[in-house]
Every structure is written in C-alpha cells, then in structure tokens.
Design a protein around this ligand. Structure first.
Ligand code: FCB
Length: 461
C-alpha cells in the first residue's frame, strides 16, 4: 500500500471557475451587457482581441462539464453567477431564463453528489451600472444587495455555501486604478472608493443570504501573494509595508473589525490621492457593516512578490516587484508567476493567527502551463501536477499545525478566458479546444482524481 499524507475527514476537494471566463453566450436569453463584454469588445484591451463571447461555451455544455467533474471525483464546485444574466437592468425585473440556467446547474450538481459553492460577484458588473459610476458609487452596493436577495431567494434552498465577492482588490485596483481590467478606469481615488463599496456590499449582503438560505455558510474571497523585501534595507521594508498593506491589510483589517489601516490612509492623504478629510465617502456605520461576522475566509494564492522600493517621485512610490532569477526551469509558470508553495503555508498561518477566521478555504490555487494533447491524444502536464503536489503539501502542513483549512479549490476546472491575456494562458485541469470546444482531462485531472479518492497525497509518485 502506498503511504499517503492524508487530509482531515470530509476535506472539501474542489475546482473553481467564473461566469465570464467559461460561459460564453454573452447576449443569450435576455442577458445584458457586462463591463467585460464592453471591455473585451473594445480593441486594444485584450491580447489578440480575444473575447469571452463564446469562451468554453459552458452555458450550453454544462451537463457534460458536470460529468467531467464527476469523473474527476470533485466533492465541490465553485462557480460564479452572472448578475447581467439574472437582472438585465441591474435592479428590478428578474430574467427567468437566467435563474433557470443556474437552477438547473445546481440541481444537476447536487444529483451528481457535488456541493455547489456559489460566488455572487466575479467581476462581471452590468455595464448599465458602470454607466452610473459602477463601484465608485454607493448605489451599486445597494443594487448588489437586491441582486443577492434575488439569487438567494431562488437558489438558497439548495446552495448552502456562498462567497460574496471574488478578489475585491483586483476588481478595484486593476479595474479602476490601473485600467488593465474592465471597466478600464484609471484613478487611484476611484479604486479606493470601489474597494469600499465592494466591501460594504459584502457586509450588507451577509444577513440577506443568511435570511434566504437557512443554515448557509457565507464568506468572502481575498487574494494574497506572499510578500518579502528584496533586501534587508529600510526602504525595502517600507515597500513591503505598502505592498502587503494594499493587498492584505486594506481589506482584511476592515473585514475583521479594525477599520482601514491608519498608516496607509496617511500615505494616501500625504500623496494627494485622497483629500485631507480622507475617506469622505465612508459613513460612520459602514465599518460595522463591513465587519459583519462570516463563517469562512476564502484565500486565493498563486505566488510570491519580492518587492523593492522605487527611486521615483513620492506620489508614484509604489513598490516594484522583483523577479528572482530562476534556479531551475520549474521556478515560474507561464504567467511569469514564481512557484512558491511555502508562501501558501505562511499566508495560511498568518490568516489564522492575525484574524482568527473560524474556517478557511483555499478558493483558488493553480498554474498556467500550455501543454496540449500529444501524439497519444493525452495532455501530459507534469509541471501542473508538481505545482499542485507542492501546494497541497504546504496546505497539509498548515492543517497539521492547527490552521482551520476546510477545503481546496483548484483554479481552474478547465482552460478558460484569462482576462486581459485572453485564451493565451491555460490554468485548467481539463484542456479545452477553442475551435471545437472539445474537452480532454489532463494528466493533472487524473492525478487529482487519485488525491481525492485517497483523501491525501501519495508520498511516493
Ligand atoms: C485570479 C482570478 C481568476 C483567475 C486567476 C488566474 O485572480 O480570480 O479569475 O483569473 O486569477
């Protein structure tokens, strides 16, 4: 018998996707335009002009996709719901066809013995709400709560695990500050407002979900890279304070009742990205709403950031990422992201020690490697297996040391539309042919099947 490094009983092994990245059917059955439809239809935004118009066509192929999930043996599936499919005007009128799609999906998952984990927002805001300011406006947070109410009234009897937002920091920084994600706004202040309204809408949504979905567990998903200074200098320690601050503390401190970090707020005011009165759009009661207790915290982990300070005017003095030289060919994925499994262990420890969430899920972890079918028709993605194996081992060590990690969702179930990179990055356990939409289980999916079956990592092999 092979010895296995086993995981706790009932550990939830899953895989994750997001609506815009896989569904396609961008204007089918009453769905309205999202900011990602608009952004990808605008030339110059996405590599090679790719769009998610058809993507993996999961909107039509969902039945066979569930069969593939079953074949892998997934215990859970994390997917996101498309707001523009359900409420084409953003608020008000419900589109029954949209509800039916997710309702059938959920029924079929349950029938297949796969627990649905639904994310309410994975970046596909309605364009009509963006036209009114999008997440920079408080009214978008109000609309999100109405949408949450609709979704959970229809699906809350069957879906019992809810994730409000996926990576609010990416939605805000890339979408409203750097402008390389939809809606392509370029304003630091807008991104700070956007984060606030994303967090506020989360806090407001939690009691609505609990009300409509009795017994449900609710949480939010945050992305964290492990952050280290490039040198022991004071300047680089300062760069870490800012980098770690903007990705981790700026979100987790308010979510866990500590309010926005004063040091970072002072930086923004000093540098003029916020006026002297600071967060003028925050109302007194907001911080309490944002810190409404949740059942779990979702962590998306991919890589490490080694940072150094930049010798540029203070207003632009954001930390720069240093790419450490590769020691061997497996050190980087095709996204250019360093493979750094220890960082997952450190971040899990840190979450548990600093914020004490009752439960943690790794809501995303995975790697982009482009291996496709070989002469034998199979996909030998040995590098992905290695990546996952090392990260599973890091997670397992954290569990042994008391971190309340309850599940692990591999990103992604299948190759899909990787935002500004279009279809050039393949993260899937399942290979997708973008011409024919044919799917092939990669070797990593077959390896994962074995991990799930044994509830642990084979020590040899
Ligand atoms: C995360 C996103 C997910 C996917 C992975 C690679 O930031 O949540 O949609 O793009 O990165």
């Amino acid at each position: 018998m092979t010895e296995t490094r086993s995981f706790p009983k009932n550990f939830i092994w899953g895989a994750a996707t997001a609506s815009y990245q896989i569904e396609g059917a961008w204007d089918a059955d009453g769905k309205s335009e999202s900011i990602w439809d608009r952004f990808s239809h605008t030339s110059g935004n996405i590599l090679h002009g790719h769009t998610g118009d058809v993507a993996c066509d999961h909107y039509h192929l969902w039945r066979s996709d569930i069969q593939l999930m079953q074949e892998i043996g997934l215990k859970a599936y994390r997917f996101s719901i498309s707001w523009p499919r359900l409420l084409p005007d953003g608020r008000g009128q419900v589109n029954q066809a949209g509800i039916d799609f997710y309702s059938r999906l959920v029924d079929a998952l349950l029938e297949a013995g796969i627990t649905p984990f639904a994310t309410l927002y994975h970046w596909d805001l309605l364009q009509v709400l963006q036209d009114q300011g999008g997440w920079t406006e408080r009214s978008t947070a109000e609309a999100f709560v109405e949408y949450t109410d609709v979704v959970t009234r229809y699906l809350g009897d069957r879906v019992k695990n809810w994730m409000t937002h996926n990576e609010p920091s990416v939605a805000a920084y890339l979408g409203y500050w750097w402008g390389n994600h939809a809606p392509g706004v370029k304003s630091r202040q807008a991104s700070i407002q956007a984060i606030h309204h994303l967090l506020l809408s989360h806090g407001w949504a939690v009691p609505v979900i609990r009300q409509n979905s009795p017994g449900a567990e609710v949480g939010i998903v945050i992305n964290i890279s492990h952050t280290e200074p490039a040198s022991p200098s004071q300047a680089d320690a300062e760069a870490v304070r800012r980098m770690d601050g903007m990705w981790r503390r700026w979100l987790l401190d308010p979510l866990y009742g500590r309010g926005y970090p004063t040091d970072l707020l002072e930086d923004e005011i000093r540098e003029g990205t916020l006026p002297a009165e600071g967060l003028f759009f925050v109302k007194e009661e907001d911080c309490q709403a944002i810190s409404t207790p949740t059942d779990f915290l979702g962590l998306n982990y991919y890589t490490r950031h080694v940072v150094r300070s930049q010798d540029v005017p203070e207003s632009e003095n954001l930390p720069a990422t240093v790419i450490p030289p590769p020691i061997n060919e497996n050190d980087y994925t095709e996204m250019g992201w360093e493979v750094y499994p220890r960082g997952l262990y450190y971040q899990l420890q840190r979450f548990a020690l600093e914020y004490h969430p009752p439960k943690i899920y790794i809501a995303e972890n995975g790697a982009s490697y482009s291996d496709g079918p070989g002469a034998d028709g199979r996909v030998h993605d040995a590098r992905r297996i290695r990546y996952l194996k090392e990260h599973f081992a890091a997670a397992q060590q954290a569990i042994q040391e008391g971190v309340p990690l309850a599940g692990y969702f591999v990103w992604s179930l299948m190759d899909n539309f990787e935002w500004a990179y279009g279809f050039t990055q393949r993260f899937g356990l399942i290979w997708v042919d973008y011409e024919t939409r044919q799917r092939i289980l990669k070797d990593s999916a077959l390896w994962y099947q074995q991990v799930i079956r044994e509830n642990g990592l084979p020590v040899s092999g």
